[in-house]
Ligand binder design. Structure first.
Ligand SMILES: C[S@@+](CC[C@H](N)C(=O)[O-])C[C@H]1O[C@@H](n2cnc3c(N)ncnc32)[C@H](O)[C@@H]1O
Ligand code: SF4
Length: 377
């Protein structure tokens, strides 16, 4: 039986954050039609894939899925579980503070959702305001309280580091919030200044400044050490979890497992082929209404590209590259193919090989890109 991850993109947000270039809109007038199209796209894939496909995980992300009215979201979730079958698989919904209430969360849980990811970002209201996030620390406190009250135990909080004007003390406060609420998973993202965003404009105009690299490094090191001390281990560069709470959906991406993405701008990786959906919501709706899959690009990965992707993604994880799996996947021995490069990296302490796993050393994540480049060139 083939197992796939399913990603469903909800491209609506209450407001647009200054740093974000994900496909999402504040105009929700097309939401009802869009959700119907999502259901239809899921059914179209089910007919195409047949009965030998089972879900490994579901991730409803965005955008802000929690802005969708309760009845519409439950209808979508029910459609997924009816189409592919209800199971014990991980089922995540992303929620933003300020957009959840108890009724919605209880309804998600009843419908089969078992993991909630909350966009916390920061506990400092001034910083949240500075990056155009229309939420407060109080909203985050309330969101976590409600998610727990609804009976969820598998909860992630996203946090940002490297924000303009952010201080180490802000990061400490956020981490304290996570551990005092006994949350089992944290995604700590370093801010990327995306070209063309309002944040990028403000930086170019000198209104805001990016944080110096050494300050961001100090924050990241603090996050790693603090979370480790509290039992949340780094299992990928930006992801930390207590044992057993690692996000299965993301692990599947990193291991080059198959996944299907539906909705605007969603990506899929199936049968060695990567494909992307259109990003324009009108074109997406028109395509589905014409019974056409809204795929805009398809790319068959060569063995070389697959190897590169595998090395790049697996080295980001704590388990690194399983050399036995690599042999089975690519019918070749990485240790032999790259023996001189591996010896160089080993003798300089950048990597280690333990139990057939080639991993980046704990303090070498800053040179990850150079390590990857050595192994794939
Ligand atoms: C696309 S959002 C979707 C979830 C939800 N809407 C939220 O904002 O939390 C997923 C994560 O990506 C992060 N993100 C978006 N733009 C980013 C950027 N430019 N740099 C780093 N993280 C970013 C968000 O802060 C959020 O934690
Ligand atoms: S709420 Fe999330 S998806 Fe929406 S604009 Fe902000 S970061 Fe992007």
């Amino acid at each position: 039986m083939r197992k796939i991850g399913l990603y469903v993109h909800i491209p609506f947000c209450k407001s647009k954050c200054d740093y974000c270039n994900f496909v999402s809109f504040c105009d929700v007038s097309k939401m009802p039609e869009y959700l119907n199209c999502l259901k239809k796209e899921i059914s179209m894939y089910k007919s195409k894939l047949g009965n030998d496909v089972q879900l490994y995980s579901v991730y409803i992300g965005g955008g802000t899925p929690s802005v969708v009215p309760e009845n519409m979201m439950i209808d979508l979730i029910n459609h997924i579980t009816k189409t592919f079958g209800k199971g014990r698989y991980e089922f995540t919904v992303e929620c933003n503070p300020g957009t959840v209430d108890l009724s919605k969360l209880v309804a998600y849980k009843r419908a089969g959702v078992n993991r909630i990811s909350i966009g916390g970002q920061s506990c400092n209201d001034k910083l949240l305001n500075l990056i155009g996030r229309k939420q407060t620390y109080k909203d985050l406190i309330n969101a976590v309280k409600l998610v727990k009250e609804a009976g969820f135990d598998n909860i992630n909080v996203d946090m940002l580091i490297g924000l303009p004007k952010q201080k180490l003390i802000d990061v400490k406060k956020m981490l304290k919030f996570v551990t005092s609420n006994d949350l089992h998973h944290v995604s700590a993202y370093s801010l990327i200044v995306e070209g063309g965003t309002p944040l990028d404009d403000k930086i170019k105009m000198g209104i805001l400044k990016v944080l110096p690299d050494d300050e961001v490094v100090e924050m990241y090191d603090y996050v790693v050490a603090y979370l480790k001390k509290h039992g949340l281990n780094r299992y990928e560069v930006s992801n930390f979890a207590q044992d057993g709470y690692e996000c299965k959906h993301n692990m599947n991406y990193w291991k080059l497992g198959e996944y299907l993405g539906v909705g605007v701008s969603a990506h899929s990786y199936m049968n060695g082929t990567r494909q992307a959906n259109v990003s324009d919501i009108k074109k997406y709706i028109d395509s589905i209404n014409n019974n056409q899959l809204p795929v805009i690009s398809k790319e068959y990965l060569t063995t070389r590209e697959m190897k590169e992707e595998y090395i790049m993604l697996m080295l980001r994880t704590k388990d690194g590259i399983n050399l036995k799996d690599y042999k089975k996947l690519f019918f070749t021995d990485l240790e032999k193919d790259k023996s001189s490069e591996i010896n160089f990296l080993l003798s300089n302490g950048f990597i280690k090989i333990e139990n057939h796993h080639l991993k980046v050393s704990d303090n070498s994540y800053y040179v990850l890109n150079s390590i990857v480049a050595k192994l794939i060139d």
